[in-house]
Write a protein that binds this ligand. Structure first.
Ligand code: ZN
Length: 319
């Protein structure tokens, strides 16, 4: 079956999946369809068959781990295919560790940085992809479940452009203000929606507004995802001007993460800043890669850039 056909079949099923997940999160833990073939203890990586599993038959991951181990120790603190991450109190990644939280960093990031785009997909997402393509850069898109449900085709565009997709939760609510079941529901709904729309499970979670606590780390780790923070916030949502965005972003150090937005308002300054940012970083010998690549894992999703659909969409767009 062609990939796009599998994806549309999955998209047709995902509304049902989301509703079922909502019904399954009544305090008993979030229900997320998981693939069976993954190595135990590691996040599930890559594409799925696109067929939704009935959530009623899927055991809540957190409850299962509690029963099996008594604690949350042993939850994943690395990505599939990556070297183990190192403990680092100032690290830009987080995971649950026992009843607490562990901050983590890449072991050997090399001369690499990650550009990330939050809050999408939105009307500017195709233009962001176009600029990344022109710059020859990869990036990671932390998408909102509720926006994925509105614009599933744009999520497939991101995937097919060879970019990484991570989760930004379902509704952009500050996670640290939520109780544990609500946090698990945010994580599970976003993952189920992304799986339905694009046929892949997120393995990265970025808390909206960088609002997170130990409960967030537990919910994220139990779902097999790794928490992602940033080292530079460009505040592009304030629209400070293209030059200011470039100046802020080019201050990133090797191994760092630069946060921007591809949705949530007028993102034309962000779009215009992408190529100058990539050029400025390249002059310093820094390559723009996905978050997974920053951690030493293979690039996720498409093995080659599939831009034919992106070109068609941009040509048809009034912009
Ligand atoms: Zn956000």
């Amino acid at each position: 079956m062609p990939r796009w056909r599998a994806a549309s079949a999955a998209a047709a099923a995902f509304a049902v999946l989301v509703l079922a997940a909502e019904a399954a999160t009544d305090g008993s833990g979030a229900g997320v369809a998981r693939e069976g073939a993954a190595a135990p203890g590691l996040p599930v990586l890559g594409r799925t068959s696109g067929r939704a599993q009935p959530l009623a038959r899927v055991e809540p991951p957190l409850a299962r781990k509690r029963r099996a181990r008594g604690t949350l120790a042993g939850l994943p603190t690395r990505l599939a295919g990556s070297p183990p991450l190192r403990s680092d109190p100032a690290g830009t990644f987080f995971a649950a560790a026992g009843h607490g939280v562990r901050r983590l960093s890449a072991t050997r990031p090399g001369r690499k940085v990650a550009l990330i785009f939050d809050d999408g997909p939105g009307p500017h997402t195709p233009a962001v992809l176009r600029e990344l393509r022109r710059a020859g850069a990869r990036a990671t898109f932390f998408v909102l479940g509720r926006e994925v449900a509105r614009r599933p085709a744009d999520v497939r565009l991101v995937r097919d452009a060879g970019m990484e997709l991570g989760s930004h939760g379902w509704s952009h609510v500050p996670m640290s203000g939520l109780d544990a079941p609500a946090q698990r529901r945010e994580v599970a709904l976003a993952a189920a929606t992304l799986q339905g729309a694009a046929g892949l499970r997120p393995r990265l979670f970025r808390p909206p507004g960088v609002s997170w606590d130990a409960g967030t780390a537990r919910a994220v780790s139990a779902a097999g995802e790794l928490g992602v923070l940033h080292t530079i916030e460009t505040s592009d949502w304030r629209r400070p001007g293209r030059q200011a965005l470039v100046r802020t972003a080019e201050g990133v150090r090797a191994g760092g993460i630069v946060a921007m937005h591809d949705a949530g308002g007028d993102r034309s300054q962000t779009v215009a800043a992408i190529r100058p940012i990539v050029r400025a970083l390249r002059r310093r010998g820094l390559a723009c890669v996905t978050v997974s690549e920053l951690l030493g894992a293979p690039p996720p999703g498409a093995s080659s850039y599939g831009f034919a659909e992106l070109e068609r969409r941009l040509a048809a767009s009034p912009r």
